[in-house]
Design a protein around this ligand. Structure first.
Ligand code: SF4
Length: 340
């Protein structure tokens, strides 16, 4: 580590100046981002979080966007993503496995998402991805019904797309945003998954963008990646420019391959979120899975690190936090929960 690294990470005034520079249009370098990741609780972290909130206000105003997801096909995935309870080889039992949910269940979830304040419902399937033919048509029928229902925007997260045809057809069926996380740094990806590649994921990202769907793509911190790899991951996000970036923290569920890893300390998570805000100032930054286990009784503090979106309700295989909580906490901070 260089002297400069120590200087910035412990220098509240320099961090505040950096926030001003970001608001004025400067792009934070990867080396500076790496230095910010070293910030620990105290005056430097106070300055980092305050700077992240200033950047949020400058680029995003006071709106806190919220959305929700529904596991329409849960469990028995062919893939071996080591963080995932639904992966091949996982013995996690924290959720119910299902085949594709019937239309009534999807309609009920749309109603409950709308009641929770979410403007969109993402239909998520645990499988490798979508291929042309009967599978694509089955999915598109569900998307058409959700879009016609009109209570929430129809989003999907269906894994790796076989071709541009799949992306175009889903868009035509009414899918407005496609969720497809790149998960982590390219250099770390082989450590967490060997059944498909980082490049497979990037190819799907290209199909989504070319089809004209919005892209929701982020990943997970705390899977054993180094801090350099965290910056590599953020830089990749900066390159692909997702419309929405969900930031998850590893929830090391029993039975998953990463269940031996510790939960990230809350202060490290705050520093990581704020660093993301400094490096991705104009992107929608959402905190999604893992926030309950990382922050515990300090959960509301995720709103203090510059994020401008939140996932409400339950996750795919674990419980989340209802919209009322976020509504109250947002209001207490001068933010307004807004359907995404
Ligand atoms: S993350 Fe998705 S592709 Fe990977 S194992 Fe879980 S459900 Fe399957």
């Amino acid at each position: 580590m260089t002297t400069a690294t120590l200087a910035l990470s412990a220098d509240p005034a320099a961090i505040a100046q950096l926030a001003d520079a970001v608001c004025a249009g400067s792009e934070l370098g990867a080396a500076q981002g790496r230095e910010l990741l070293e910030v620990v609780p105290g005056p430097a972290q106070d300055a980092l979080l305050a700077g992240a909130r200033r950047i949020r206000a400058h680029f995003h105003g006071a709106a806190l966007k919220c959305c929700s997801i529904l596991n329409v096909k849960a469990g028995n995935c062919s893939e071996n993503c080591s963080y995932c309870a639904q992966a091949s080889g996982s013995t996690a039992t924290s959720y119910d496995k299902t085949k594709w949910l019937p239309d009534e269940d999807i309609a009920a979830a749309a109603a409950s998402s709308a009641a929770n304040g979410a403007g969109a419902l993402g239909l998520v399937a645990a499988w490798k991805g979508v291929k042309e033919g009967s599978q694509l048509e089955m999915v598109c029928k569900a998307v058409e019904k959700l879009a016609a229902n009109g209570q929430v925007r129809a989003d999907v997260s269906l894994g790796i797309l076989e071709s541009q045809v799949c992306a175009d057809r889903l868009h035509q069926a009414g899918a407005r945003v496609y969720g497809h996380n790149i998960e982590t740094a390219r250099s770390f990806y082989p450590s967490i998954c060997s059944s498909h590649s980082f490049e497979d994921r990037l190819r799907t990202v290209e199909y989504i963008k070319k089809a004209g769907m919005g892209l929701c793509s982020g990943g997970i911190f705390g899977m054993g990646e180094s801090r350099d790899q965290r910056i590599e991951f953020i830089e990749q996000l900066r390159y692909i420019q997702p419309d929405m970036i969900p930031i998850n923290f590893l929830n090391p569920l029993q039975g998953t391959k990463l269940d031996h890893l510790p939960v990230m300390p809350a202060d490290e998570a705050l520093t990581t979120l704020a660093t993301c805000r400094f490096m991705l100032p104009d992107r929608n930054l959402m905190v999604a899975g893992g926030k309950e286990v990382v922050f515990g009784a300090r959960l509301a503090e995720v709103l203090d690190a510059g994020i401008n979106a939140i996932m409400v309700g339950n996750y795919l295989t674990s419980l989340g936090t209802p919209g009322e909580f976020w509504n109250e906490q947002a209001a207490a901070r001068g933010l307004a929960l807004t359907p995404e």
